[in-house]
Design a protein around this ligand. Structure first.
Ligand SMILES: CC(C)(COP(=O)(O)OP(=O)(O)OC[C@H]1O[C@@H](n2cnc3c(N)ncnc32)[C@H](O)[C@@H]1OP(=O)(O)O)[C@@H](O)C(=O)NCCC(=O)NCCS
Length: 194
């Protein structure tokens, strides 16, 4: 395998690969073509982004999707990682994940990656991922949020204070309920990007 011939690119910049990508993913996780197309067509420069692994002839070899995690704005959730069946065991999955990490760090300016896996823990461990608590990829709760606000109390107490003084926001709302791990043998993992 000549890795120099391989590229990891955004699917939305290569629409000619869309149907092949649907077929490859559906071959692993069957779903209607329409549903799969809808999901893949949401790919854009800001998340969600589908990245694909192609060779110099634009033959599709792999895919992975990056999604936003509202509670971890400096991370993203990697899902639907797949290498086309006939090409597995040749380090293409490793190549894809290495390029995905570069993209997250250099293009998206992220500090870490989260994912969940059902049976591929060893593959991700070899890439440096470690097991972590389950996280939710839903919601919009932000921890330690500091906003530039002026409380009424402060306005009455001291009109002389600078108008744009930064003060701590009131205590944040309680965190959302702990994410439910719907598949007990699903493992959550993460990796810091250095
Ligand atoms: C998981 C997957 C992406 C790995 O891609 P790949 O190209 O076959 O993996 P690589 O050749 O880069 O393997 C790298 C290492 O991980 C190991 N590995 C790969 N898949 C593994 C698995 N399922 N279980 C345990 N180890 C695995 C390899 O043996 C290799 O180990 P080595 O470095 O000691 O030789 C691919 O097998 C696949 O598409 N699987 C089906 C879809 C899937 O389950 N995706 C993961 C969703 S969480």
């Amino acid at each position: 395998m000549d890795f120099g011939d391989l590229r990891v690119v955004a699917l939305h910049k290569h629409p000619e690969c869309l149907i092949a990508c649907c077929d490859m993913i559906n071959d692993e996780w069957p779903r209607s073509l329409t549903a799969r197309l809808n999901s893949l067509q949401s790919s854009c420069d800001s998340l969600p982004t589908s990245l694909i692994l192609i060779n110099k002839d634009k033959m599709l070899l792999g895919h992975c999707k990056l999604s936003r995690i509202p509670s971890f704005p400096k991370s993203c959730f990697v899902e639907t990682v797949v290498i086309t069946k006939s090409m597995r065991g040749k380090k293409l999955g490793t190549f894809l994940m290495n390029k995905v990490e570069e993209y997250c760090k250099n293009t998206l300016k992220l500090d870490m990656i989260h994912l969940s896996t059902h049976g591929q823990q060893d593959f991700y461990s070899k890439l440096g991922y470690v097991v972590c608590h389950p996280i939710s990829i839903y919601g919009n709760y932000k921890q330690n949020e500091t906003v530039n606000v002026k409380s009424k109390k402060e306005t009455f107490a001291s009109k002389a204070k600078a108008a744009n003084e930064k003060i701590k926001a009131p205590p944040p709302p309680p965190p959302p309920p702990a994410p439910v791990n719907d598949k007990p043998d699903k493992i959550f993992m993460f990796k810091k990007l250095f």
